[in-house]
Design a protein around this ligand. Sequence first.
Ligand code: GLN
Length: 543
Amino acid sequence: MDYKTKFIFVTGGVLSSLGKGLASASIGALLESRGLSVTIQKLDPYINVDPGTMNPFQHGEVFVTDDGAETDLDLGHYERFTQAKMCMQNNFTSGKIYDAVIMKERKGDYLGGTVQVIPHITDEIKRRIRLVSDGVDIVIVEIGGTIGDIESLPFLEAIRQFRAETGKNNVLYIHLTLVPYIRTAGEVKTKPTQHSVKELRGIGIQPDILLCRSDRYLPKDIKAKISLFCNVGVDAVITAKDVECIYEVPLIYHKEGLDNRIVEMLHIWTRAPRLEAWEELVKKIKEPKFSVAIAIVGKYTDLTESYKSLNEALCHGGILNDCRVDLMFIDSEKLETGNCGQILAGANGILVPGGFGSRGIEGKILAVQYARENGVPFFGICLGMQAAVIEFARNVAGLESAHSSEFDERTPYPVIYLMTEWYDDKTGTTQLRDTTSDKGGTMRLGAYPCRIKPGTFADKAYGVSDISERHRHRYEFNNTFLDQLETKGLAVSGASPSGELVEIIEISDHPWFLGCQFHPEFKSRPMDPHPLFTDFIKASLGK
Ligand code: GLN
């Protein structure tokens, strides 16, 4: 059978957090730079059906795609490093696979047969891998977790079978391991890598390429040792050296010869890679002329992983401004008891990100007030925009106990509320929000259109009248209060084309004050920074 598409499977060993997501994304970037088209898929071994309900504390950010899938944060890396457009099919979990197989069984699709991990679960996994392969040269598949986890076994068995079915020259296994430097011994150690590869071979997978995470370039003799013990060609032992800036990873891999090895092994003829844009990008990020400090006033502030895309988008916002962006993570609860002025004193700009739950909400509202009253550039995203509306209603429009009905069901001024019926411009239908469903209502998820009002901060940033941005929220701006807030100086600078859903608010009598109901951070790319972040950083620079 002739398979046009080739597949690269990326597994990880020794320990988690070695950067498998970034490795997969960087491999994608390198192959694209050689003129190939790629897509990247993440298979997560955990049982949750999707990461939507997982605590960002534990699992990091939930990344949202245009088609409204709530996915693993690695998909954010894939979109930032490559042209590939992520959708629902680019991420699935064991939970989703089992769910599908059990549903089929209930419907009687297996005609009374015994349903087993092999072949039924593994077949379903392989089917889903093939689903994303249409029209691309290379599918990169990242297997979550670490070799040795019980949950990963069906995935590893499925990718083992994959090569037998798809042909040796069409499938490549890349394994990411750790080669630690042990200070007391004064040398790097290869044993953990040997063990991890041994484990992988025990499952029937011989890796073709090893990516060895290390704080230094591995010398020839160490590579030779790894090659010998792991049965991998010496030139296929690649140092994945620690870097200062994540966008350096593709460059380091290239220097070590990774993309050459991949195209050789997959028997692909391509042009030489064009990496000038990456080199320029890294230079710009590492040697900026200016710097600003941005305060992020949020809840999960101890874990910066929960704001992955946001942190990246802020860094991107600095690129066109020749500016380094230093992030100050501030726990909003601290503002409730402490002195706002003192805590926020060092910030050139203040950002209140998205969030759920009432903890720390008053602190976020205080941060908005501080930014508004002191002319500090302000950017509110999703819950951050809602906090800005609440603050304005309370302190400028005189609606004293205004709130979001998410946090105070009995407020006389629910300026943010659950809109149970709304017009969806995408489908041209009226949508109902089911308020009895879990967690208080159905979310508005994924891409929605928005029309920008001329002469506003939003207009200046985007420069076009119609945009599309990604959403993940339940509550909306309450139009009942629109006139009252507008008369006092709050402007709606973006709304759904029908005009019903408020998407962007701003205060024009301020250096830069903007809140949006959507999450612009999901669409920012290092090569194509999001205009709202660029303008927010520009304003924070005092320009
Ligand atoms: N909790 C708010 C809502 O559901 C905001 C959500 C968010 O910031 N993503 O509307």
